[in-house]
Design a protein around this ligand. Structure first.
Ligand code: KG4
Ligand code: ZN
Length: 349
């Protein structure tokens, strides 16, 4: 019998966070996350082998901690959900193998879900059922996409994505350039509060009419990153102090301007009145503020999960798994692959 409030354990290991979340229907019971971000800091980016090893070490203790904190036994789970892709191949493998072992040992169905769809589904834990369709803007260190989501369990349509760097990657690279620690997004956000967003007119990628014809909903941040680097180098060559706060604010403004402009344009063109923002960059204070203003002006309802649910976590995987159960989707086979380049149109493997 399919429960209307299934208890689902979700596992996420696509990047550097080992996430184990447990939900009952739309209710979040626990979100246990173990991050290896500090082990990558000195390299200025995530090192795949280091991430895989850290997942391996963190997996069993994190599952145990999640069950203890939620006050449930593994055996209580109605289903196991896991991120099947996209992500780092070795990192994904640890999660997928663990989830298979649990599903097999417990005799429960296994749902191998798409990481991006899970970023969308997580919002229901905080704001209730998702209007259908919803427009999702997903921005993190690994992805930047605009998605039309008629049904997060079966129908996710890509409208656009970055053609080079992800938005978070651009934040991290510019932070490094400015001498700020990794991951750089929160530091740029903080510095930008002291700076003038109009100080330097950095380029808005893929925003000229000629670009829009081909890349209406795509993003590009690599030209912006280069423009910031050239601007800083010129200052240094002239023997002048780099105004870090102004550079941070002007760079951030350029990123946030393009993200929100294209997301609102997509809502209008598709006739969608709900916009959701997810991924680590959704924690950015300027992105939240500008998105709110532009959505208000356009009569669009904005949904942004709290920062802890925007970054990678197991609760998002459990939330999507629970919805798969409720909608009666067919579980994945036990030979489910870890698919590093899983297309967003494949919501369930
Ligand atoms: O979703 P996430 O935890 O991991 C993946 O990349 O999948 O996102 C991490 C990214 C990093 O690039 C980080 O710099 C960025 O999110 N980030 C931010 C902020 N907080 C985190 N970027 C801008 N402003 C922030 N406040
Ligand atoms: Zn993510």
């Amino acid at each position: 019998m399919v429960s209307d409030q299934p208890l689902v354990l979700g596992i996420e290991t696509s990047c550097d966070e080992t996430g184990v979340g447990i939900v009952r229907g739309h209710e979040l019971l626990v979100d246990a996350v173990e991050s290896s971000v500090e082990e990558h800091a000195r390299f200025g980016g995530v090192v795949p082998e280091v991430a895989s090893r850290a997942h391996l070490e963190a997996m069993a203790p994190t599952i145990e901690r999640a069950c203890t904190q939620a006050g449930v036994r593994l055996d209580d789970a109605d289903a196991i959900a896991v991120t099947s892709g996209p992500g780092l191949a070795g990192a994904l493998l640890v999660g997928v193998a663990s989830a298979k072992a649990l599903a097999l040992a417990l005799g429960r169905p296994l749902y191998g879900v798409n990481h991006l769809a899970a970023h969308v589904a997580v919002d229901q834990l905080e704001h209730g059922p998702l209007p259908e369709p919803t427009l999702a803007l997903l921005v993190s260190g690994g992805h930047s996409s605009l998605l039309l989501v008629p049904d997060v369990t079966s129908d996710v349509r890509p409208l656009g994505s970055t053609i080079d760097d992800a938005a978070g990657e651009a934040f991290d690279k510019v932070a490094r350039l400015l001498g700020l620690p990794f991951p750089g997004g929160p530091h740029v956000d903080r510095m930008a509060k002291e700076g003038d967003p109009g100080a330097i007119p950095f380029p808005r990628g893929l925003s000229r009419p000629s670009d829009l014809a081909k890349h209406r909903y795509d993003f590009s941040f690599s030209g912006l990153k280069t423009a910031v680097a050239r601007w800083v180098e010129q200052r240094q060559a002239d023997g002048e102090q780099v105004p870090v706060a102004d550079v941070a604010a002007s760079f951030q403004e350029a990123v946030v301007d393009v993200l929100t402009r294209k997301a609102v344009a997509a809502c209008r063109a598709e006739g969608v009145d709900t916009m959701l923002i997810g991924g680590g960059v959704a924690a950015n204070s300027r992105l939240r503020a500008m998105a709110q203003t532009r959505c208000d002006d356009a009569g669009i309802t904005l949904r942004v999960p709290r920062p802890g649910l925007c970054t990678d976590n197991g609760a998002m995987v459990a939330a999507l798994g629970a919805q798969m159960v409720r909608r009666g989707r067919t579980p994945s086979a036990l030979d489910l692959p870890a698919d590093s380049s899983m297309p967003v149109t494949t919501v369930l493997a």
